[in-house]
Design a protein around this ligand. Structure first.
Ligand SMILES: Cc1ncc(C[n+]2csc(CCOP(=O)(O)OP(=O)(O)O)c2C)c(N)n1
Ligand SMILES: [Mg+2]
Length: 386
């Protein structure tokens, strides 16, 4: 959070093309803001996600975390602002850059960090890692590593809630599903099938493209036809769409809330082009040679945490000293999170085949059961298994 006042400068230096505005949500229909306490809590949530990611990267370099690691630095306003527009029981699903969404949804950061470290205390008992954060209690349905895979799943979640709400609960309840994806996912066939089905079946789902302008090292204009106007694709599915400035949590919330409310009321899908930028590489091992330092520096001036802190300060809601104190508290919190995760044991070998199929052996009929599991398997066959 180096450039605290940067956004004020940015306001005077941004060109018209860099500014985004909602296509289908006129300013007059923006939602009013909640109370100050809630606004400050959004800032705290974004700071928590940022610090979680900073410590996750350190842990990765120290070999405490393995596999892949895709951090969310720069995009915090998207997850926190969108999820603030939901009810706690609305489903959320996303891709592999998923830590921010899970934390914004209420996942205990200790449990998230333990998942990164491959420990039993993790949300998937350490077996999923960074790309597979899952928290059914908070209606966070992953964490998906296949680009675009969450598109059909998001439509399916919306179908499930609609069926339950309308058929089983007699229309007394209505849910909205948020299906986040990267800009790289919009060229996946499965996403288009899901959008078509969502429109045809009138499903209450909002497809939110976190348009950070790169799919791994490939810039959107190099791999996506008409990449500057991806909302045009929504028109092909007779779907309402909006462009939102994803670097400003106030804008995210004020634009998203009416969309969420409308989706809940009408049970019609919506498509959002959420303009944002990831501050770090695609994954931690990405040297970022496909973009310039100047470009990165320009976008860092839009840091969503600094912008929110400056907004609260200018409005007289949070002084700079109070902001610093919040930062210290978050750092201390995440230090404890890392210690907790380190102290969580690794899962035992017997966990290897658990939670894969409902029946632990699934369709397995072969003879190559690992020796350490042979006793357990024969116990199960005799009906003594867990
Ligand atoms: C179907 C499929 N193809 C390719 C990959 C390899 N891959 C992993 S991430 C990625 C880029 C996705 O970029 P984007 O959707 O913009 O998400 P971001 O990383 O920017 O959040 C690719 C091509 C994959 N995981 N799945
Ligand atoms: Mg991207």
């Amino acid at each position: 959070m180096g450039v605290y006042w940067a956004f004020l400068r940015l306001m005077t230096t941004m060109t018209d093309t860099q500014k985004t505005e909602s296509v289908s949500t006129p300013r007059s229909s923006q939602a009013p803001l909640p109370d100050v306490k809630t606004l400050v809590s959004w800032l705290g949530d974004m700071m928590l996600i940022r610090e979680f990611e900073v410590r996750a990267m350190q842990a990765y370099q120290n070999k405490l975390a393995g596999g892949f690691l895709h951090v969310y630095n720069g995009q915090e306003a998207v997850a926190v602002g969108c999820i603030a527009a939901l009810r706690p029981d609305d489903p959320v699903i996303t891709a592999y850059r998923d830590h921010g969404h899970a934390l914004a949804r209420g996942l205990d950061p200790k449990v998230g960090m333990a998942e990164l470290f491959g420990r039993i205390g993790g949300c998937a008992k350490g077996k999923g890692g960074s790309m597979h954060f899952f928290d059914a209690e908070h209606h966070m349905y992953g964490g998906h590593g296949i680009v675009g895979a969450q598109g059909p799943l998001g439509a399916g979640l919306a179908f499930a809630t609609k069926y339950r709400d309308e058929v089983m609960d007699g229309g007394t309840n209505k849910h909205v599903t948020l299906c986040f994806m990267g800009d790289g996912a919009i060229n996946q066939g499965a996403v288009h099938e899901a959008m078509n089905l969502a429109s045809v079946l009138s499903l209450p789902v909002i497809f939110i493209v976190e348009n950070n302008q790169y799919a791994m090292g490939t810039a959107i204009e190099r791999c996506t036809a008409a990449g500057g106007q991806i909302c045009d694709r929504a028109a092909g599915y007779d779907m309402e769409s909006a462009v939102i400035d994803g670097m400003d949590i106030i804008e995210v919330y004020r634009d998203m809330k009416p969309l969420v409310d409308r989706c809940r009321d009408t049970s019609k899908p919506i498509f959002v082009d959420m303009r944002c930028y990831r501050f770090k590489g695609h994954s931690v091992s990405d040297p970022r040679k496909y973009r310039t330092h100047e470009e990165e520096a320009k976008w860092e001036l839009e840091d969503p945490i600094d912008r929110m802190a400056a907004y609260l300060d200018a409005a007289g809601h949070l002084s700079r000293d109070e902001f610093k104190a919040m930062g210290k508290e978050v750092c201390q919190n995440i230090r404890e999170v890392v210690e907790w995760a380190k102290n969580s044991p690794e899962p035992g070998l017997e966990e290897l085949y658990h939670d894969v199929y409902v029946d632990p052996w699934g369709p397995y009929t072969g003879t190559s059961i690992p020796s350490f599991l042979q006793k357990r398997s024969s116990d199960q066959e005799r009906g003594h298994g867990a």
